[in-house]
Write a protein that binds this ligand. Structure first.
Ligand SMILES: Nc1nc2c(ncn2[C@@H]2O[C@H](COP(=O)(O)OP(=O)(O)OP(=O)(O)O)[C@@H](O)[C@H]2O)c(=O)[nH]1
Length: 445
């Protein structure tokens, strides 16, 4: 059975004979359709441009232009070429009918028409159009993350390149690759890895404008094409996405419990002003920048300097690259500097003071936790571990955070058999963080 999905459909009927139009309007409205009437080519195109039309009933013979030439014009315009068209004519000129069908008309109905047959054919055309749209969406969409798949991304970027060359505006292309993603799969399983990919695609889509093109171009590789953006705007959008991901807890099920994990992404960004070469060239260059972002420590955006679309921003971008590098060079033993810095809104002095306080306040935590465990004072042990967990997260010591969290949970559930192993893990992570802070404070960070 043919089923339609929308609540209402808009049919545009085009005929120079006003009485035919009124008859059509009456029959179509009775069948529940919204109807628009056009008695000239001009008004037909006005409706096409201004209104969402679901199907066109087009008279074969119109003064000035034949129905066939209007049909050709509509089919040549990609914004209308998905609209099903049913030709109508009082003449039985077989050649004209064949020509209309060959030009892309979906069906043909003789005038005077039988309203039951017209409505049945019209419904068939609408159902076919909906199925075609669904199939196209399926063929173009990545099944897991629902963003464009590689093929669809490439064809949309090629269209964007043509548009940018025509309208003389720049285009930016960014490649995103999740960091150490294999570890996520290895530790939590492929299904959790899939969940993380879906979450990243959501964050990625939310970080860019509706008309930017987002795609999944490989397993854990994504790309975004930004139309008419300055390099600075493009860079800011990539950074917004990178930081949002870094600070987003992704909930996954592991060992029958809900765990929160954090992942990061590296980004390679290029931009180009017209004439833009081609998609493959831009993608290759973005991939090269991505490789550099990975090589220089991951979780950062690297911008290609040599071909910047807006030369005025060259200095901005050089500075951005070096700021990113400087910040990340300070990823030291167990602390992701940028995470800690972001937690104090980039205030480096404040972050420095917080590290000093951490060192003073938690330097003897291991001793105290060990003592509480030995004395089976689990309340005190949990208090210490819980506090350590919170502070570890605020300074960006994420591995220490994970270790303290695991011991906190075990203490809460009084799972004594796990205390020893989890305590050893907290001990090693905290020792690493403390010695890292000690060294960095000696070097004045
Ligand atoms: N869960 C899941 N994993 C995928 C999918 N596609 C690719 N991967 C995994 O992504 C991981 C990519 O690993 P690598 O290429 O070694 O890179 P990485 O571990 O992310 O390390 P770097 O890129 O160097 O930071 C592999 O474990 C793939 O199995 C997918 O659709 N689902």
């Amino acid at each position: 059975m043919n089923v339609l999905h929308k609540d209402s459909y808009t049919i545009l009927a085009v005929d120079d004979a006003k009485d035919s139009l009124l008859l059509l309007e009456c029959d179509l409205q009775q069948a529940g359709y919204d109807v628009l009437l056009a008695d000239s080519t001009e008004s037909a195109f006005e409706y096409l441009k201004s209104t969402q039309i679901d199907l066109l009933l087009l008279d074969m013979y119109m003064p000035g232009q034949t129905g066939l030439s209007i049909l050709m014009k509509i089919k040549a315009d990609s914004q209308f070429d998905h609209i099903p068209i049913i030709m109508m004519s009082a003449s039985n000129d077989e050649d004209q009918v064949v020509a209309a069908l060959e030009l892309g008309a979906n069906d043909y109905v003789n005038k005077p028409y039988n309203s039951k047959i017209l409505l049945a054919r019209l419904k068939n055309s609408l159902v076919l159009m909906e199925k075609t749209i669904q199939l196209e969406a399926l063929a173009n969409t990545d099944f897991l993350t629902k963003v464009n798949n590689r093929g669809s991304f490439e064809s949309m970027v090629n269209k964007a390149i043509n548009q940018a060359n025509r309208e003389k505006h720049a285009l930016a292309l960014a490649m995103f690759d999740l960091d150490f993603f294999k570890k996520v799969n290895d530790k939590y399983g492929h299904e959790s890895g899939d969940k993380a990919l879906v979450e990243f695609a959501r964050i990625l889509t939310a970080s860019f404008r509706d008309y930017d093109v987002v795609g999944r171009i490989g397993g854990e590789e994504f790309a975004v094409c930004m139309l008419n953006s300055t390099i600075k705007e493009a860079f800011n959008a990539c950074e917004r996405c990178r930081q949002l991901l870094m600070n987003s807890a992704i909930q996954i099920e592991f060992d029958g419990k809900i765990e929160e994990i954090y992942i990061t992404v590296s980004v390679g960004l290029v931009s180009e002003a017209p004439p833009i070469n081609d998609y493959d060239d831009m993608l290759r260059r973005a991939d090269h920048m991505l490789y550099q972002a990975k090589e220089n420590g991951r979780n950062r955006t690297y911008v290609e300097q040599s071909k910047l679309a807006d030369k005025g921003s060259k200095e901005d971008m050089e500075q951005a690259n070096s700021e990113v590098s400087n910040a990340h060079q300070c990823v030291f033993s167990g602390i992701t500097y940028q995470v800690g810095l972001d937690n104090v809104l980039g205030d480096k002095d404040l972050f420095h003071d917080i590290l000093v306080m951490f060192y003073q306040d938690h330097g003897r935590d291991i001793e105290h936790i060990e003592q509480a465990l030995r004395q089976k004072d689990y309340q005190q042990a949990q208090h210490l571990v819980h506090t350590l967990k919170g502070v570890a997260s605020s300074i960006g010591a994420m591995e220490l955070f994970d270790a303290a969290k695991a011991l906190d949970v075990a203490l809460n559930d009084r799972q004594e058999s796990q205390f020893q192993t989890l305590f050893i893990d907290v001990n090693s992570k905290l020792t690493e963080v403390l010695s890292g802070i000690q060294q960095k404070l000696a070097n004045k960070l």
